[in-house]
Write a protein of this length. Structure first.
Length: 175
């Protein structure tokens, strides 16, 4: 893993990310908790690892499965900017990924709306795929969730994040 340095979070972090194959985009999503608020982030990168777009949001709540589902739904909405592309969506909530990809599974009532919406995105965009990644593979999305709310300009992102080479592979499981 590559150490990316101090970037406003107040600590050093290792970031692991498996690059998408050539011609494929990857959107990672995650949630961070800060001062009673929940911050969501989705990071879209190309097959070289270059950041194409970042979207963040803030919500109040205390139900981790619900907030992870909201972050995933936000990531899929971000994907609508790239409907002509093959996209791999990755998150570190195995429960959420399992409930989305296993159509026989009846979603948990708390996240049923998000699960059904994501399933609809996947049906309408056959080149899109949702898969689980361990926390280490989702670290950039987690760090960015801590930074801000709203769409970020690339110029607003600390240079050590923009230029980080976090293409070191991490374990991943397709669910």
């Amino acid at each position: 893993m590559q150490l990316i340095g101090r970037h406003g979070i107040g600590r050093m972090k290792c970031v692991g990310h498996l690059l998408a194959r050539e011609g494929t985009l990857k959107i990672n999503f995650d949630v961070a908790v800060k001062e009673g608020n929940l911050f969501l982030a989705a990071v879209c990168r190309n097959s070289s690892g270059a950041i194409l777009h970042i979207r963040t949001n803030q919500v109040r709540g205390s139900q981790p499965p619900k907030v992870e589902a909201l972050a995933a739904r936000m990531a899929f909405a971000l994907g609508m900017l790239f409907t002509d592309c093959e996209i791999i969506f990755e998150g570190d909530s195995l429960i959420l990924v399992h409930q989305v990809v296993n159509e026989e599974c009846i979603p948990d009532w708390l996240i049923e709306g998000e699960v059904e919406t994501i399933r609809q995105f996947l049906m309408e965009q056959p080149a899109w795929k949702l898969q689980w990644t361990p926390r280490e593979g989702d670290e950039m999305a987690h760090q960015l969730a801590s930074l801000s709310v709203g769409d970020l300009s690339r110029d607003c992102i600390p240079i050590d994040i923009v230029s980080s080479d976090d293409s070191v592979s991490s374990r991943r499981a397709d669910v």
